[in-house]
Design a protein around this ligand. Structure first.
Ligand code: HEM
Length: 435
């Protein structure tokens, strides 16, 4: 049960329309109307401004405040005191901070998540992928989500963090629960109880892991965060726990969605899939285009730091703003023929990983996973077909992904070497440069 439901009088441009499964399945006509009719739109249902043009999304992500988590006291004042433990964790996560706190935390965390560490995961990811694909290649069918898109990032996340891969199922479960809070607008009391339980369990899991790694360090993010130090400054245990949680969740749901949405998009564009199969050097640009075309994370929120004019509207200090990256990524002012999938699209500086100081911390890892997965699919599966049945999108308005995606295929003999890896910079790739 949700406390707020869409009524008949919902204004036609409200993002609340995403609660309608038809709009959720294809939000792009709604985004197009927003961009052309009201690019900076006051959504009375969300009580927030909704920003949909590429340039305006960048302005918001660049200049507005990410400090948007209510404090435990504010929650108590609006009758949601039971959510305080959740807020206590979120206020320590880099995603919800501004400079200088954000700069400090991200700086320390970055020393733990270097390009070399990410690169070291490449051969592990190949092995994990081979293990997951072996049974489905033999069967000639798979549910892309259950067999590949969900378990791969879960196992990679366990490896990345330095916890046993046998915990991957548990990490996946927690991440799916926590993602409900990150992705949805509406407060749901039933969901809140589950989320609170999950925060409690994750906190005690990471506290135990930290404890055991103090004595017996394992290679991975937890130990790297434990030892990260800049000019004598170290992370506290609570900061390590909070940021392990955000990295663990950030690394899973979105990557699952990249694989699932990307696969569906390729199935819907068989000529582009064929083009990819015939030219594997397109893999890096194909992953960027799949990220642009069906962005795994559709929107994020900010708070207006001072009275501001944007798109002819006056936004007041303290008002909430939703930056819809999924809409900016289809803006014809920025992308030529934006509703066309072009796996070789040049100048594809999309917004799928956000922009500026909060640009996705895990983008190099996500790109590596995406490239390895789509290369494996293009090389090792032919005659790919969607099994008949409805396509069901997850009940999550911000994290866009599928509940399942059953396909059949023939096993193909891999031809040619794996495509060369793409070089990454901290904030982007050769397509993007630095955001
Ligand atoms: C396709 C996969 C991914 C997508 C689409 C994605 C998307 C995003 C976006 C849009 C943001 C910025 C949010 C904002 O500005 O409010 C972000 C931030 C973040 N992402 Fe990702 N992400 C992905 C994979 C990953 C992975 C694999 C990790 C972990 C290794 C990760 C960890 C994070 C963290 C920790 C932040 C917060 C950064 C900060 O606040 O400075 N993400 N991600």
């Amino acid at each position: 049960m949700t406390t707020t439901t869409r009524s008949k009088s919902t204004p036609t441009l409200s993002l609340y329309q995403l609660l309608d499964p038809e709009v959720l399945a294809n939000p792009y006509p709604l985004y197009q109307r927003l961009r052309t009719e009201a690019p900076v739109y006051w959504d009375p249902y969300l009580h927030a401004w909704v920003v949909t043009r590429y340039a305006d999304v960048i302005t918001v992500l660049h200049h507005f405040s990410a400090n948007r988590t209510p404090s435990p006291e504010q929650l108590a004042a609006i009758g949601l005191a039971e959510l305080a433990p959740l807020a206590q964790v979120m206020v320590k996560q880099m995603l919800f901070m501004d400079a200088p706190d954000h700069t400090r935390l991200r700086g320390l965390a970055s020393t733990a998540f270097t390009p070399a560490r990410v690169e070291a995961l490449r051969s592990h990811i190949r092995e994990i992928l081979d293990d997951l694909l072996a049974p489905v290649l033999a069967a000639g069918r798979m549910d892309v989500i259950a067999d590949l898109a969900a378990p791969l990032p879960a196992i990679v996340t366990a490896e990345m963090m330095g916890v046993p891969t046998s915990d991957a199922d548990q990490l996946k479960e927690w991440s799916a629960d926590f993602a409900e809070v990150l992705g949805n607008f509406q407060h749901n009391p039933d969901r809140a109880a589950r989320t609170l339980k999950c925060v409690e369990e994750m906190t005690s899991y990471f506290r135990d892991a930290i404890q055991s790694q103090r004595g017996q360090p394992r290679d991975g993010l937890i130990n790297a965060l434990l030892t990260a130090e800049i000019d004598g400054d170290r992370l506290t245990e609570e900061e390590i726990i909070a940021n392990c949680i955000v990295t663990m969740v950030g690394g899973q749901e979105t990557t699952t969605n990249l694989i699932g949405n990307g696969m569906l998009t390729l199935l819907r564009h068989p000529n582009e899939l064929e083009r990819l199969r015939n030219d594997l050097t397109l893999i890096p640009s194909a992953v960027e285009e799949l990220l642009r075309y069906e962005s795994p994370s559709q929107h994020t929120a900010r708070i207006c730091p001072e009275d501001t004019e944007l798109g002819g509207q006056k936004i007041r200090k303290g008002q909430a703003v939703i930056a819809v990256m999924g809409a900016g990524n289809r803006d014809p002012e920025r992308f030529h023929d934006p509703d066309r999938l072009d796996l070789g699209r040049p100048d594809n500086r999309h917004l799928a990983f956000g922009w500026a100081s909060h640009f996705c911390f895990g983008a190099p890892l996500a790109r590596m996973e995406g490239q390895l997965v789509f290369a494996a699919i293009a090389r090792r599966m032919s005659n790919l077909k969607l099994e008949p049945g409805p396509i069901v999108w997850r009940d999550n308005l911000g994290l866009r992904g599928l509940t399942s995606l059953p396909v059949t295929f023939d096993e193909a003999k891999p031809t040619g070497p794996n495509p060369a890896p793409i070089a990454h910079t901290e904030n982007g790739c050769p397509f993007h440069g630095s955001a």
